[in-house]
Structures are given as structure tokens and as C-alpha cells.
Design a protein around this ligand. Structure first.
Ligand SMILES: Nc1nc2c(ncn2[C@@H]2O[C@H](COP(=O)(O)OP(=O)(O)OP(=O)(O)O)[C@@H](O)[C@H]2O)c(=O)[nH]1
Ligand SMILES: [Zn+2]
Length: 325
């Protein structure tokens, strides 16, 4: 787990967390620890929290200036009104997905088990963005599924060929058409907390609508609860597919910075590098142009692709322009 936030919580292990639904905290029985809930939407400094026991959705703020909550976070809240509350603490996170530029990092979602990267046959997708998403997922210990949407369009050979590299690496690639039939995606969502990420226009909304035809209703519920007529940017939004499967929607991505990773995390996030790491002549080999580099050697034996090594070098240079942590 990459990062963990634990503030004043009396529940300090995830087993308790998973069993929390059976604890049976009722809305009238708010005690010192507060009510348990899940952050289902993040709107700047306001959060929509679904209470575990009653499933009621309330609008919450955090204490002071703290705004380090992400969609999917398990929290303890104190009610301040019938539909409003204050988040008192965040329970330990199993995973935390970040993206970041040189100046700040942004939490995309907490406690997700799977990242679904949505690509399309048209318009063409940015392969660098795909790689950044895969690297962020590996670094956060989250499995990745690559969806190639719009396969009903005839010209999809280029896209499928590009993705062969990733299926060879071991990533699942699922070609589908959200417009025609979403059913092939459903088994992958079962018992997972999945986040959908992708560039604008790849079909994320179409996928959500196909999976959750009542989404429009939910959107209205959100603005009612937040009592806001304005269009605020949602960082992410969590939907229940069934009792054990959740889906988090995130806004279209144009960039996916990885400045929160250190160089060690970066090289380990390239899954095909792992067998070779620690086998270079120099302990601190950067795998750029050092002699007797196991990664360069693996490239010459076709065990690592030139494309992925080029992406590694680009990212390595990008994240090295900062103080290592
Ligand atoms: N042919 C075809 N078109 C699709 C499919 N899925 C989505 N589209 C179209 O692609 C366009 C973009 O789809 P959206 O679902 O709005 O894409 P998005 O990823 O949510 O984009 P943003 O809202 O900008 O983030 C729309 O015109 C859709 O009708 C598909 O499976 N086949
Ligand atoms: Zn090396």
C-alpha cells in the first residue's frame, strides 16, 4: 500500500472495516466514534458520504482545512444536521490511486481493487497515457484491465495490434462495444471496486450508462443532497453495481503525472523489468546507458520491448527533476 491515512480512529484494521456492515450502528446511536460511511463523491471540499448502516447519503465537510479524502474512502462522520455531517476520521486504506504533477498530487480513488483503462478504436488513444495508468496501478498495487471500446467500428486493426504488447506483458485486454453490448465486461466487475479511467471521448459515460441505466436519477440525487444548483467538478463518483461490486467513474484524463513515484517504485512498476532488477553491474544503475545493465541486456534479448524501455526512460527523466522521497 502506497499511502495510509489514519487519524484518531479506533478501528485500526481492515478486517473490522469489512465486517462493519454487521456492527449495526444506527443513525440514532451515534456515539463517540461517529457513524461509518463511504465517500461516494468528492466535490472540491465537499464530500458525499453514504452511511453504511442506513445507505442514506449525506453531504459532509472535513474538519479544518483538511481535504485529503478520496472517493472510496471509509470514514467516520458526525451528523451536524439531518443530511449533513463532518468527517472525523478516515479508516486505513487498502489502496490509494494517485496522479500528480511536479507541484501537487491528486488522489483519484481509495480502496479500489481494479483500474479499468478505457481506450477506443477511434479517436486514437495515447499509448503514453495507457502506460502511465498501468504504472500508477502497479505502483499502488491495483490490478489493471484494458478495455478497447468501439469495436463495432470496422477499422480496429491498428488499435488491436498496438495492444498486443500489453497482453504479452500479462495485462487483460477486453475488446467490446459499449454501444452494442456491455455484457462481456460484467464478469470482470464482479466483487471488485473498479475505477474507470480514460481520455475524453473513449466512451466512459457510455459504459456507465450501459451498466447503470438509472445513472441520471443518481446524478439528480447528488445535486439534491449537495443542495447546489451549480455544476461543480466531480473528482470521482462511486456507484453500486450490486452488493459486492462497485464502480467509480472519474473525469476524462488528458494527462497522468507520476511525480509521486520515486525511481525505485517506477522501475518496479514495469512488470517485465522485475526479473532483471538488482542484476545490473552497478547497484544504483538507472538503466539509461550504464555498462552491464541487465535491463539493456534484456532488451537485446527481446525480453523487454523498446517501446516500454523508451517510456521508462522518459518517465525516469520526468520524475528525476524533483527531490526524491
Ligand atoms: N460506435 C461506437 N461509438 C461509441 C461507443 N461508445 C461510445 N461511443 C461514442 O463515442 C462518443 C464519446 O462517448 P462518451 O461515452 O461520451 O465518452 P467519454 O469517455 O465519457 O467522454 P467524456 O465525457 O468526454 O469523458 C459518443 O459519441 C458515443 O456515442 C461504441 O461502443 N461504439
Ligand atoms: Zn541497469
Amino acid at each position: 500500500m502506497k499511502s495510509l491515512t489514519l487519524q484518531n480512529t479506533s478501528i485500526n484494521n481492515t478486517t473490522n472495516l469489512q465486517n462493519s456492515e454487521h456492527v449495526g450502528i444506527s443513525i440514532n446511536a451515534q456515539d463517540e466514534t461517529g457513524l461509518q460511511g463511504t465517500v461516494v463523491a468528492a466535490y472540491g471540499k465537499r464530500y458525499q458520504v453514504e452511511l453504511t448502516d442506513t445507505k442514506q447519503r449525506i453531504s459532509c465537510v472535513t474538519r479544518g482545512k483538511k481535504t485529503d479524502l478520496a472517493c472510496g474512502d471509509f470514514v467516520l462522520v458526525k451528523l451536524t444536521d439531518k443530511e449533513e455531517g463532518v468527517v472525523e476520521s478516515t479508516l486505513p486504506r487498502k489502496t490509494l490511486l494517485f496522479r500528480s504533477n511536479a507541484f501537487k498530487s491528486k488522489m483519484l480513488a481509495a480502496n479500489v481493487t481494479q483500474i479499468i483503462i478505457v481506450l477506443a478504436t477511434q479517436p486514437s488513444f495515447y499509448e503514453a497515457l495507457l502506460n502511465r495508468c498501468l504504472i500508477a496501478a502497479e505502483a499502488a498495487g491495483i490490478k489493471a484491465l484494458i478495455v478497447l471500446n468501439k469495436c463495432d467500428l470496422t477499422d480496429n486493426h491498428d488499435a488491436l495490434r498496438k495492444l498486443e504488447l500489453y497482453s504479452k506483458l500479462g495485462y487483460q485486454v477486453l475488446p467490446l462495444s459499449a454501444k452494442l453490448d456491455i455484457s462481456s465486461l460484467r464478469p470482470y466487475l464482479q466483487d471488485e471496486v473498479s475505477i474507470l479511467v480514460g481520455q475524453s471521448g473513449m466512451g466512459k459515460s457510455t459504459i456507465i450508462n450501459a451498466l447503470l441505466p438509472s445513472e441520471a436519477v443518481r446524478t439528480q440525487e447528488v445535486s439534491h443532497v449537495l443542495d447546489s444548483g451549480k455544476h461543480t467538478t466531480t473528482a470521482a463518483h462511486l456507484y453500486h453495481l450490486d452488493a459486492s461490486s462497485q464502480l467509480i467513474d472519474s473525469p476524462g484524463l488528458q494527462e497522468f503525472g507520476l511525480h509521486h513515484l520515486n525511481t525505485d517504485e517506477l522501475e518496479h512498476a514495469f512488470i517485465e523489468f522485475r526479473p532483471f532488477l538488482g542484476k545490473c553491474r552497478f547497484n544504483n544503475c538507472k538503466h539509461l546507458q550504464e555498462p552491464d545493465c541487465a535491463i539493456t541486456e534484456a532488451l537485446s534479448q527481446d525480453k523487454i520491448s523498446a517501446e516500454r524501455l523508451a517510456i521508462y526512460k522518459m518517465l525516469r527523466t520526468e520524475i528525476s527533476h524533483q527531490i526524491q522521497h
